[in-house]
Design a protein around this ligand. Structure first.
Ligand SMILES: CC(C)(COP(=O)(O)OP(=O)(O)OC[C@H]1O[C@@H](n2cnc3c(N)ncnc32)[C@H](O)[C@@H]1O)[C@@H](O)C(=O)NCCC(=O)NCCS
Ligand SMILES: Nc1ncnc2c1ncn2[C@@H]1O[C@H](COP(=O)(O)OP(=O)(O)OP(=O)(O)O)[C@@H](O)[C@H]1O
Length: 196
């Protein structure tokens, strides 16, 4: 079984995926793979530099993620172009990694922030949404990444509203409370799905 773990930016996906790992479940993380496929020398890197220009590179010629982020989270057309360049390589690598894990484990988690936006639910058997209210999401995002309110809001606005994702998910884990409460909810869900 493949569980598609999703949620908005700073909703708590990585925190949940760490809990899931502690139960021995392998996790394939789209954000990690999205970083790997744009490293210098990869085909997606060349396409990004061609489209956005060399000014998005740092001194070592790596993509400056802060610079690229400030462009794509304030310009939808450019964000969609970045998605078109990066996502096919991410999807391919995710499928390969999940298939490899499934040889060893009956259940694998795919952590995919844009699972619903990119219509990738066909890649998974069940969807698990991590939900937070807007206020908590904004404050956790600003605190974790040091963004201004405007920067944080532009990132949240680049995604489908979390309340719309609730309608699409097979199960929802509320993460407005403490980390202990979150861990307990994850455990209850895994029991319900007879995974642990
Ligand atoms: C714009 C980039 C350079 C910013 O890098 P940065 O290190 O600041 O953020 P990071 O990659 O850790 O992403 C943090 C979160 O931002 C959100 N996010 C990232 N990319 C996107 C996007 N294209 N659209 C909407 N939300 C996004 C996700 O919730 C993600 O978990 C980077 O996010 C990127 O290359 N995005 C395109 C690839 C992508 O869609 N990744 C998301 C999962 S495949
Ligand atoms: N229940 C909680 N109580 C307090 N802080 C929390 C809780 N859950 C998550 N956090 C914190 O909120 C921030 C966002 O959580 P996390 O990084 O897990 O989100 P994410 O959904 O993986 O984010 P992204 O989409 O950016 O990858 C982190 O700093 C994390 O430590």
């Amino acid at each position: 079984m493949i569980i598609g773990l999703t949620g908005g930016i700073a909703s708590g996906k990585s925190t949940v995926s760490n809990f899931l790992r502690s139960y021995g479940l392998p996790v394939v993380d789209a954000d990690v793979i999205a970083r790997q496929v744009v490293e210098k020398g990869h085909p997606a890197y060349e396409k990004i530099v061609e489209y956005f220009g060399k000014h998005i590179l740092d001194e070592a010629q790596n993509i400056d993620r802060k610079k690229l982020g400030s462009i794509v989270f304030t310009n939808e057309e450019k964000r969609l172009m970045l998605n078109r360049i990066v996502h096919p390589a991410v999807r391919l690598e995710m499928k390969n990694e999940a298939a490899a894990h499934l040889k060893e484990s009956p259940c694998v988690v795919m952590d995919i922030p844009l699972l619903f936006e990119s219509e990738l639910t066909h890649m998974v058997d069940r969807t698990l949404l991590v939900f937070v209210d807007e206020e908590t999401q904004l404050s956790r995002l600003m605190e974790r990444d040091g963004y201004t309110e405007a920067e944080a809001k532009s990132r949240i606005a680049a995604q489908m509203p979390l309340k719309d994702k609730v309608q699409l998910a097979d199960a929802v884990i509320m993460n407005n409370g403490s980390l202990e409460e979150l861990k307990e909810k994850v455990e209850i869900q895994l029991h319900e799905w007879k995974i642990i």
